[in-house]
Design a protein around this ligand. Structure first.
Ligand SMILES: [Zn+2]
Ligand SMILES: [Zn+2]
Length: 567
């Protein structure tokens, strides 16, 4: 409570301009607070007062908690956070610091007035809550915004009554904080309690399914939406297209596109982006052409999509054409368009041209653009330009070091690669933890590299070892440079054999019948070794393996990948 008291006092005495310091007249509030003050409504008096809720104005001896509660309610109505903070210090001084109604009221004021951290602290310190429905919903949204999911959950679970807004705030908040499984779990709970979901609920759930790449969940959610007769507006329509394409069902995404109203550009953008990550650049281009026929103007997102599509397929000439045509639609190329061009040119081996674009672009290139160049330097094995890029990236992340180290390895500059690794160690930079997951019978099974936490780990490793042996017999050899230097994106807990997507694949094989397609989702870019291995396994087992990594979809079939080893 001491820390909170200090925070309240600091806030009360703060002169920060970001706070609403001035008292905005609110008649109701004034009357509630100073009903006995005959002078109060005198405007001249008003102008000389700093704040009607200055602590000095409380009648010292007989201020009870109810008066304080009314003061806080008045602060809430007027969004006067400074007065609330002053009252807060007063509450603590007068010994009312544990009064539930006062704490609840303060929490909702802090939450709604841009002081989520204070609200968070306050919520953490009280054993139970007494919020009204509207305040509680608002507090959930505020906590979700700052990523305080646990405290939002506590508020949610302590609510005596909840409405659809409460559920939507929880589900939407979890999705925004990348807790997709949790979002789906709360959605199930909502249904089991017979709370009717609305369009907003479905928009969040669909996004959750899309991000997870959870096909079964996706299909089931869509079915439920139809059953509940939820009207398909352009937001839900584009969300569905996005969901199916991210779940590897690009054909279903196309079917939905054909059956819904397409007068909003977001519907087109969803499909163009979907086709892009599936490496279907020509289809994306065809869709773009149809926009003209159907009288829909492309926006800046459309161009990001179409340039990305060109980039994934190495269509340099078309990429240039679309980039140049942007001004015809009165769209000025932004950072992301320049980024897409740098990516396109870099991947296609036109490194100098990519670098020229960076030097000539009218705005300051951002970290994403330098990373695109760095990444292209790795593919093209150009360590000189790679060094230029790395100097420009001010805050180097683990991925940047990994890329640079990879570049040095690819041109046999082992000493330089070693130096990068030493720097990483010295600065305590750890590589990202790779994660892959697979959906099986409605459940998501997640694996980390070298994971031994799965209940069926023994069977999984047996399948994996068997596959590794068979792949070796078929001539597969691990990407040597990666083994030597440990330079994959993924944290190396074990050797390359136990990268997360390999474990997920082994589980998929264990649980499905021969010939069935297997789909895996991964949080990072898949490494060279795993990519090569997946190709070999798809041929040995005669199965389609689909891997959605951070960059795009890879569909391995008969020993080849749809990305053409270009990712
Ligand atoms: Zn790997
Ligand atoms: Zn691939």
């Amino acid at each position: 409570m001491q820390m909170l008291r200090l925070a309240a006092i600091r806030l009360a005495s703060s002169s920060s301009s970001s706070l609403s310091l001035s008292w905005r007249p609110n008649r109701t509030a004034k009357l509630t607070m100073f009903s006995g003050d005959s002078n109060y409504d005198d405007p001249s008096l008003n102008s000389t007062r700093k704040s009607p809720f200055s602590p000095s104005e409380f009648p010292h001896s007989n201020t009870d908690h109810q008066t304080l509660f009314h003061v806080l309610e008045a602060c809430k109505l007027s969004s006067n956070v400074r007065a609330a903070a002053e009252t807060h210090s007063r509450i603590i001084k007068l010994g009312y610091g544990t009064y539930q109604s006062l704490i609840s009221s303060l929490t909702s004021i802090y939450a709604s007035c841009g002081c989520p951290n204070l609200a968070h602290k306050l919520c953490n310190e009280i054993p139970c809550w007494d919020f009204d429905l509207i305040s509680a919903n608002l507090i959930i949204v505020t906590f979700m915004k700052i990523g305080a999911i646990d405290i939002a959950k506590k508020v949610f679970h302590n609510m005596p009554t909840r409405d659809v807004v409460s559920w939507n705030s929880m589900i939407g908040g979890c999705v925004k904080n990348a807790c997709f499984e949790e979002a789906l779990r709360i959605f199930q709970e909502m249904l089991s309690l017979n709370v009717e979901p609305d369009g907003f609920t479905f928009a969040s759930v669909i996004t959750g399914c899309a991000r997870l790449g959870a096909r079964d969940h996706a299909k089931w959610t869509h079915g439920l939406m139809i059953e509940k007769k939820i009207a398909l507006n352009y937001i839900l329509g584009s969300a569905l297209i996005d969901m199916y394409s991210k779940c590897g069902k690009i054909e279903t995404a196309k079917e939905i596109f054909e059956t819904i109203r397409r007068d909003d550009v977001s519907v087109w953008n969803a499909l163009i982006n979907g086709l892009a990550v599936h490496g279907l650049a020509l289809d994306a281009i065809a869709i773009f052409s149809r926009m003209v026929v159907e009288n829909v103007s492309p926006d800046s997102i459309t161009f990001v999509g179409i340039l990305t599509a060109c980039s994934h397929c190495g269509l340099v000439e078309q990429g240039h054409k679309y980039f140049d045509s942007m001004t015809c639609y009165s769209i000025q190329p932004q950072l992301e368009h320049y980024g897409a061009m740098v990516d396109l040119l870099g991947r296609a081996g036109h490194l100098d041209e990519a670098y020229s674009i960076i030097k000539e672009m009218p705005m300051e290139p951002d970290i994403v653009i330098w990373r695109a160049l760095l990444s292209a330097c790795r593919t093209q094995r150009n360590s000189d330009l790679g060094e230029v890029a790395i100097k420009k990236i001010k805050q180097l992340g683990s991925g940047d070091y990994v890329l640079l180290s990879n570049i040095y390895c690819s041109v046999n500059k082992w000493d330089s690669a070693e130096r990068v690794r030493d720097t990483m160690k010295k600065n305590g930079i750890r590589k990202y933890r790779g994660k892959s997951w697979i959906e099986m019978a409605g459940a998501i099974h997640q694996f980390k590299a070298g994971d031994v936490s799965h209940l069926e780990r023994e069977a999984i490793y047996k399948v994996l070892e068997g596959l590794i042996r068979r792949a070796k017999m078929e001539g597969f050899s691990p990407a040597i440079e990666l083994v030597l230097m440990d330079v994959s994106d993924e944290e190396k807990e074990e050797n390359l054999n136990y990268h997360s997507e390999k474990l997920a694949l082994a589980y998929g094989i264990l649980k499905t019948s021969p010939g069935m397609e297997i789909q895996i989702t991964k949080n990072l870019r898949t490494c060279l070794d795993c990519h090569y291995w997946m190709k070999v396994v798809s041929r040995i087992l005669n199965r389609v393996i689909i891997v959605r990594d951070r960059i795009r979809f890879h569909r391995f079939d008969g020993g080849v990948c749809t990305c053409g080893d270009y990712w």
